[in-house]
Design a protein around this ligand. Sequence first.
Ligand SMILES: C[S@@+](CC[C@H](N)C(=O)[O-])C[C@H]1O[C@@H](n2cnc3c(N)ncnc32)[C@H](O)[C@@H]1O
Length: 274
Amino acid sequence: MLNLNIDGFPNLALPPAPGRVFLVGAGPGDPDLLTVRASRLIRSATVLAHDFLVPDEILNLAPHHARRIFVGKKGGGFCSPQREIESLLIAEARAGNDVVRLKGGDPFIFGRGGEEAAALAAAGIPFEVVPGVTAALAAATATLTPLTQRGVASSVVFLTGHEDPAKPETSIAWEDYGRLGATLCIYMGMKNLETILRRLQAGGLSAETPAAVIQNASTPAQRRLVSTTGRLALEAEHAGFGAPAIVVIGEAVRTAEHLAQLAAAARDEALALT
Ligand SMILES: C[S@@+](CC[C@H](N)C(=O)[O-])C[C@H]1O[C@@H](n2cnc3c(N)ncnc32)[C@H](O)[C@@H]1O
């Protein structure tokens, strides 16, 4: 909006009012899993800054005139440094633009949304955070894995298998999580899977504890491998599993197998009746 002085002429002394930044969770990939708020914001966006994991089906919901800016990161590949992303969001907002910053899953789960929010706040830019369905929840529901279930698992933990590469060593005490009895959901764990599973077992987790890897959850490319903590790393490597994937460990995985059998039986019964 143009700032006018008392005579109706543009007031060049005042900067334009800043736009807003929406840190929006795009969910795990399936456009049907967007929140209504996320969908509305994308459909009315003028500037979209998006990650690698946000698929075209979701980006294409934006109007044709929307300006798309790729600020993605893919393990080992092109990577916009985090500070550059924050500077870009601030510059766009200072130029008066509302920016939809689309992030895979939920912005506040291993998505550096907290850093972006802090940078925006420090720069005086108004912002809003819109939650998204995080990958572990999508992986769980898509494979009928109740992450908590009475008598089976009463807690669930989200962990990252890939911390800041600048850190000399992992700060996660994997051995401690091996004794927790919780359902463990590991993001970005494929590269270090063998080490992670070995350390969980060193902490007391049985090698026979059920474990699964779910790749591309909620998308047409979804696939899953079910094994045990002792064998998963080798079997996943042989079967060519890689990112983006969630590793789920715990008795909840066994429940998934049971539920899948019940669901298949119910489907067959319904079919027989038609
Ligand atoms: C940088 S983290 C971002 C997580 C995201 N903010 C969330 O809430 O899901 C990227 C990791 O999320 C997981 N991930 C994202 N989308 C996934 C999907 N559709 N299926 C399985 N894992 C996924 C993978 O572990 C991937 O390496």
